[in-house]
Structure formats: C-alpha cells, structure tokens
Ligand binder design. Structure first.
Ligand SMILES: Cc1cc2nc3c(=O)[nH]c(=O)nc-3n(C[C@H](O)[C@H](O)[C@H](O)COP(=O)(O)OP(=O)(O)OC[C@H]3O[C@@H](n4cnc5c(N)ncnc54)[C@H](O)[C@@H]3O)c2cc1C
Length: 385
C-alpha cells in the first residue's frame, strides 16, 4: 500500500477508535460484548482482512504496515482487536501460509469481508506450551477424515464459522511431525463448542473449548491438500511467529494509552495543594513508562522490518512479543500506582487495562517460551559459528 493510502487507513482507524470505541469501553467490559454496530463498522472499514492479500479482498498490509495499524488498535479494549484478530492472524494465516490456491480463493475473501469468522484450534488441555504433544486424532476414511479430540481456550470459537483444527494424522511420527490442519466448518456434525470461559479480563473477547466427536470432513478440507499431510506444525509455527509481532504492537498501543492516562491523572490529581506530577517520585514512574513505551515501539518496528525482509522470522518476533508483553505489564502496574486508590477501582480505565494486559504474557507463547526461542536462536548461531 502506498504511504498516503496507509496514512488514510491509520487516520480513519484512529478516529473510529477514539470517537466510537473508547466511549464504549466500560460497557464492553461490563457486558462482555462488543456492540453489533461496532462489529459492522469494523467490517466496513476492512479490519477483518488487513493482512489478507489484495487479490483475495484484503488490504494486503506488510508486517511493517500492520504493526502501525496495531499500534492504533492497542489504544482501546483488546476486545475490539480480538473480533478480527483471528481472521488476520493465527487462523487466516493458516490458509495464507499453508492453504492450496483453491482453499485461499474459497475462504480468504469471506474472512476479509467478515462474512466468516475463523478460529485457530491448536491448544488442548494437556498441550499448551508444547503443542506437539496434542492428542486430537484425524484418521483417513475413504474420501474423508474423521477427527476426535478436544481443544481448549479457543478464541472466537463461540462465534466462529470455521475452525482450523490441528490434529495428529500420523501417530507413529513423534513430536512436531505427523500433525495436519483441517478446515472444520462450525455446522459439521460432531463439532460442539463449550460454554464461554469466564476470564480475568479482556471482556468482550470470547474463548471456549471445542469438542470433536467423530467429526467427518472431506479430504479437500485438509489444509494444503495432500501436500499438507503432516506439515501442520510448521504452518502453526509460522502463524504464531507473525502473530507475535502483531501482539507486540498491540502491547505498544496499549502502553501509549496507559502513558496518556498516567500523565493526565498526574497533572490533575492534587495532594497537599499541588498536582502529584510535581513530585519527583511520580515523575520517575512517568519517565519509566515513557521509556518502556518508546523502547517497545522501536523494537517492534525493527523486528517488523526484518520480518518483511525475511532476515529474521523467528527470534525477532519472539524478542518483540517477550519485551512488549512484559513492558505493557510494567506500564499498567505503574499507571495503577500513579492513580492511587482510584487505580484499584472498577470504572477507571487503568484498572481495566491492568487486567487486560496480563493475558499478553500468556497466549501465543508464554514469556518463558519466548525466552526459550530467543536463547535457542542465539546459542544455535554461536554453535554454528
Ligand atoms: C484468553 C486466551 C485465549 C487463547 N486463544 C487461543 C486460541 O485461539 N487458539 C489456541 O490454540 N490457543 C489459545 N490459547 C492458549 C494459549 O496459547 C496457551 O494457554 C498458552 O500457550 C500456554 O499454555 P498452557 O495454558 O497450557 O500453559 P502451560 O504450557 O501448562 O504453562 C504453564 C507454565 O509453565 C511454563 N512452561 C511450560 N513449558 C515450558 C518450558 N518448556 N520452559 C519453561 N517454562 C515452561 C509456562 O511458561 C507457564 O508459566 C489461549 C489462551 C488464553 C488464556
């Protein structure tokens, strides 16, 4: 996208978020739902398909462009981003990375328009940080595959029209090998969704378990066709690497909002007849958060450039996700501190963001898993000389 068009997209998203969504944040948190009117506006603005290539109806943003959009999205409740996060991210990328041309043509335009919401079903009750231990099975039966198993914490599964289900197709292949991905439409007999999870935060973004009980899908629903057999783990790893940069950028956006909330409160709250912003210990908290935000922003932009250039598609996203998810946790914590007792009260934005921010250190790979990826890369390079 040329620079002027990108700026138009960023400006209109910024305006939409600040004028339409921010005033609804408390309602979204309290009612655990994003109003339909906002969902419809997101579809109209192309937000369900900003990473999907233009030939399939999306905006076709590069990762460097996408992170700038995610900085804007991070300004408000993460429930907004979650509406279309799976279409643009982990679920849509399954098709962009591993789908056949026919699968892309059939599904990507519907994902881009928001006609269809997709979920990414990798995690299981006993397979989280180590998804290679997943036990959901897919067995070939003539022209069909039969899937059995269950998935846990699947974002958007409650509203999804299609779920990208990762299942073991070769029980003899250990670990990361022998896993394939299947497009499973929501109305397939045997597929059911559990009750909505009751989470700590990010209300308005929904997760639930997914159950597969003798679910039959045509062979054509194997992602990547016959070539896709046993390649699911590689596809998942690529989707997650891209997703980590997106999450890191959302954290930067949330940190920017938290800095603004912190500064505004410090300027207006008085103790002893003067604004608390005059106290140098409060200034220290502000300075640390401003610095954290800027460091995260710089890291994300650099990691995105390297990702687009193809020079660092693994460790860079992990460093960005690790630093920025931890960073926004620190910034949220300081924001609560600067707000004093008010920061602990429902109805105050920083209290909500404090709860919302906690998830970023857990999903799409915990901080410990990012550390493992980063260290493995550094140590591997050193060993190879
Ligand atoms: C709100 C939410 C939405 C989610 N959405 C999705 C989704 O859409 N699709 C999907 O497939 N999954 C989704 N997940 C799952 C998420 O990716 C996992 O929860 C996450 O990867 C951690 O797995 P786990 O919960 O099983 O924790 P565990 O893997 O059991 O981890 C527990 C602890 O052990 C640590 N640990 C584990 N292994 C290691 C290791 N090798 N080295 C060091 N420390 C380790 C972890 O860091 C953590 O501190 C979602 C989760 C949540 C909470």
């Amino acid at each position: 996208m040329d620079a002027a068009d990108l700026q138009d997209v960023l400006d209109s998203v910024r305006d939409f978020i600040r004028t339409e969504v921010v005033p609804l944040e408390e309602t979204i948190d309290a009612e655990d739902a994003v109003p339909e009117r906002i969902v419809a506006q997101c579809k109209e603005m192309g937000l369900y398909g900003f990473t999907i290539p233009e030939q399939y109806g999306g905006l076709g943003l590069t990762v460097s462009e996408e992170v700038r959009l995610a900085f804007e999205l991070g300004w408000t409740t993460p429930a907004l981003r979650s509406l279309f996060g799976t279409n643009n991210g982990i679920a849509g990328h399954v098709l962009m990375e591993g789908g056949t041309e026919e699968q892309k043509r059939e599904w990507l335009p519907k994902l881009a328009s928001g006609e269809v919401t997709a979920s990414f079903g990798l995690t299981e009750a006993d397979a989280g940080s180590d998804p290679s231990s997943l036990t959901t099975r897919a067995v070939r039966d003539g022209d069909e595959w039969v899937l059995n198993g269950s998935k846990r914490y699947i974002t958007n599964s409650v509203v999804a029209d299609v779920i990208m289900v990762f299942a073991r197709t070769n029980p003899d292949a250990p670990g990361t090998r022998g896993i394939s991905t299947f497009l499973v439409p929501k109305d397939t007999p045997g597929l059911s969704i559990g009750p909505k999870d009751h989470k700590m935060g990010q209300f308005g973004a929904w997760t639930a378990d997914v159950y597969l009980d003798d679910v039959r899908v045509p062979a054509a629903n194997l992602v990547g066709g016959e070539d896709g057999v046993d390649t699911g783990f590689v596809t998942a790893a690529k989707c997650l690497a891209h997703g980590r940069l997106h999450i890191a950028a959302v954290c930067v956006g949330m940190a920017a909002r938290l800095v603004e909330e912190t500064v505004e409160f410090a300027r207006t709250r008085e103790q002893g007849g003067k604004p608390i912003a005059r106290f140098q210990l409060v200034q220290g908290l502000v300075a640390d958060s401003v610095t954290d935000h800027r460091a995260g922003r710089g890291l994300v932009l650099e990691a995105a450039r390297n990702f687009d250039a193809g020079t660092d598609t693994v460790a860079g996203p992990a460093t960005a996700k690790y630093f920025c998810s931890e960073m926004v946790g620190r910034v949220a914590d300081r924001a609560v501190q600067v707000h004093g007792g008010a920061g602990y009260m429902r109805g105050v934005a920083v209290e909500r963001f404090y709860r919302d921010a906690r998830l970023f250190r857990i999903y799409e790979g915990t901080s410990q898993i990012q550390q493992v990826i980063i260290a493995r890369d550094a140590l591997g390079k050193a060993a190879r000389g």
